[in-house]
Design a protein around this ligand. Structure first.
Ligand code: IPE
Ligand code: IPE
Ligand code: MG
Length: 228
């Protein structure tokens, strides 16, 4: 029987290589990757996953050529703008995690609109990590605590200051495109997450590939430090 994670996190990697191997510009890979993200969102909802967190743009991705960064935000903004109604109709709630002070204003506006329009949706939550870094999330939490005057916190209290407050830790994290690293994703939250690395580039990561990952996850014995 397929075990369904409550919270799935994905590092969508390999758009650039997918395009380059086809002789296409890198942005063509990002465009195709966006279509795959949509397919995976709906597949996750159909499978009964409750939370899906997608790594969309990292705090380190600003190091990329300015034209790629610009094209990425334009693509994201256009796509998101077109999808808000559909997401709402499907009862999907959208949330964003990450810094808000460096994202282009027009993009931020669409993000806020998407969050507002879908705030009462309840079947499934999609969390997009945009200008997100795990260390940055922790440091912002620490600074919020310091400025509130709190002197000491428990793990539980600390987690309330994080971007993902109120959302259970990911049960499974998938990274595509053969890299086996975290690249500053969800550092606090993955303490006991299961990892699955797929060799497939993100634009080729179809529902069938997702099912392979879930099948693999179904055989894992999660112990959380205890003896089973
Ligand atoms: C992931 O694909 C998308 C983002 C990081 C925005 P990449 O663009 O990292 O693709 P590769 O790793 O260069 O192939
Ligand atoms: C991680 O992928 C970030 C996203 C998928 C958004 P990168 O392609 O930026 O990571 P590195 O540079 O290979 O570690
Ligand atoms: Mg990459």
């Amino acid at each position: 029987m397929l075990k369904i994670p409550k919270h799935l996190a994905i590092i969508m990697d390999g758009n650039g290589r997918w395009a380059q191997e086809k002789g296409l510009p890198r942005i063509a890979g990002h465009y195709e990757g966006t279509k795959r993200a949509e397919e995976i969102v709906y597949a996750c909802q159909d499978l009964g996953i409750k939370f899906l967190t997608l790594y969309t743009f990292s705090t380190e991705n600003w190091k990329r050529p300015a034209e790629e960064v610009k094209a990425l935000f334009e693509l994201f903004e256009n796509y998101l703008g077109k999808k808000i109604t559909e997401l709402k109709e499907r009862n999907i709630k959208l949330r964003f995690i990450g810094r808000k002070d460096r994202i282009p204003k027009t993009t931020l506006k669409i993000m806020e609109e998407a969050e507002e329009q879908t705030k009462d949706c309840s079947s499934f939550t999609v969390i997009l990590a945009v200008d997100y870094g795990g260390r940055d999330e922790i440091i912002r939490a620490v600074n919020k605590i310091l400025s509130s005057g709190i002197k000491s916190v428990t793990e539980e209290e600390f987690s309330k200051f994080l971007d993902l407050a109120g959302i259970p830790d990911p049960d499974l994290l998938i990274r595509t495109a053969g890299e086996e690293r975290i690249s500053n994703f969800l550092l606090w939250h993955i303490a006991y997450t299961e990892f699955y690395f797929s060799p497939v580039y993100w634009p080729d990561f179809t529902k069938e590939e997702l099912l392979k990952a879930l099948e693999d996850f179904s055989y894992r014995k999660r112990k959380f430090g205890a003896v089973l």
